[in-house]
Design a protein around this ligand. Structure first.
Ligand SMILES: Cc1cc2nc3c(=O)[nH]c(=O)nc-3n(C[C@H](O)[C@H](O)[C@H](O)COP(=O)(O)OP(=O)(O)OC[C@H]3O[C@@H](n4cnc5c(N)ncnc54)[C@H](O)[C@@H]3O)c2cc1C
Ligand code: FES
Length: 328
């Protein structure tokens, strides 16, 4: 897709929101999904950015990008992209989306992880969803709670939204709100009843793992706990030696190294769509037709989906000869 930058909001020196207008057909999206932007001078650094806008505002998209020191994509977005520029991106995608029919949805965001859950809460309010909504927005510093005012406004206009901002650092002496971490006490004090709640969380890995452990210990089912990771270490193999045959889209390649299917095909100059290379975004999905791979991501697909042959190329390490095709 081609999109044009119509507006840039600089919330603070490290976070900018880019408003994007589609130049051809507008593709719909679900709250929680992301756009993969082709960043860099050659457009070859693909980076996923969650949509922070609500799908109830069709015809435009918003993404918010945090500048990562030394980061290729985010630095380019911050220093090079100007109003009026045209960008290439992939169509909206992602499985971290707001599910229908819940009594209570609890959103927990850490730092820039606010983007997908902000989209969800804006969407739920816009469609006048009757569920109870809790939004916990945590950051080390007050200056990084860049959507604080927007959430305060939403909460004051919508009685079914309880908004709890929380600062974990000991700076910001003017802050009179909550301090510390999002824990059981804080959640229950705000009124969360675990057995009725489904959770959506995006932020640092440690925050999400602690929360998941807590939620599961309070009898929240695994299927009611949803999380989105922005960054994880790339999967690695545990040791393989030998030679196998990888047939991709009808062509045979000799596989003899410890490489993910994605890295292997790239080393053979075969283009496979990808973005995060770490089992998060799902854009490298392939169809395993024959043979076996070790899939080092236990959570991405359900058992049924695995049985249908769905695999992530970045997480797949062939252990037998394999026949693989593009995912439809
Ligand atoms: C599904 C999905 C949605 C995402 N949504 C957003 C979003 O809404 N807003 C946003 O700003 N980012 C988001 N990200 C992260 C984003 O895609 C990039 O990974 C991020 O901008 C860093 O890319 P980079 O090219 O600047 O850094 P790179 O050049 O990839 O990395 C440079 C260095 O920074 C480290 N690094 C990479 N990412 C991070 C990080 N997040 N925190 C700390 N260190 C890091 C790397 O380990 C490396 O050492 C999302 C990622 C995923 C998978
Ligand atoms: S490239 Fe993102 S899951 Fe494989």
């Amino acid at each position: 897709m081609r999109v044009k930058v119509s507006k840039i909001i600089e919330h603070c020196p490290t976070i900018k929101t880019f408003c994007l207008e589609p130049m051809d057909t507008y593709k719909k999206y679900f709250a929680g999904q992301y756009l993969t932007i082709h960043t860099g001078a050659d457009g070859d650094v693909l980076r996923p950015y969650s949509l922070s806008s609500s799908p109830t505002n069709p015809g435009s998209y918003e993404i918010s990008v945090k500048l990562i020191e030394g980061g290729l994509g985010s630095t380019w977005m911050h220093s090079e992209v100007k109003i009026g520029d045209e960008l290439t991106c992939e169509e909206p995608e992602g499985k971290f989306t707001l599910q229908q029919a819940a009594l209570t949805s609890v959103f927990v965001a850490g730092g820039i992880g606010v983007t997908p859950v902000l989209s969800m809460v804006k969407y739920a309010l816009a469609i006048k969803d009757t569920r109870k909504l809790f939004f916990f927005y945590a950051s080390r510093y007050l200056k990084d709670l860049v959507f604080h005012q927007e959430l305060l406004d939403l909460a004051s206009e919508n009685p079914n939204l309880i908004y709890v901002p929380i600062i974990s650092g000991d700076q910001d002496p003017e802050w009179t709100g909550k301090r510390g971490r999002v824990n059981q006490e804080l959640l229950e004090e705000a009124g969360v009843i675990f057995k009725r709640a489904e959770f959506y969380t995006c932020g640092p890995d440690a925050m999400m793992s602690d929360l998941q452990e807590l939620a599961l210990s309070q009898k929240v089912s695994k299927s009611n706990f949803h999380k989105e990771l922005f960054q994880v270490a790339a999967p690695v193999n545990s040791g393989f030696s030998g030679t196998l045959n990888v047939n991709y889209k009808g062509v045979d390649y000799e596989y003899s190294k410890e490489q993910s299917l994605l890295d292997f095909l790239h080393s053979k100059k075969v283009r496979v769509r990808h973005s995060c290379k770490s089992g998060i975004c799902g854009s490298c999905e392939v169809q395993l037709k024959e043979g076996e791979v070790r899939h080092v991501n236990e959570e991405f697909f359900s058992d049924e989906e695995l049985a249908e042959g769905r695999r992530l190329a970045c997480c797949s390490f062939p252990v037998t000869d394999v026949v693989v095709d593009k995912h439809n």
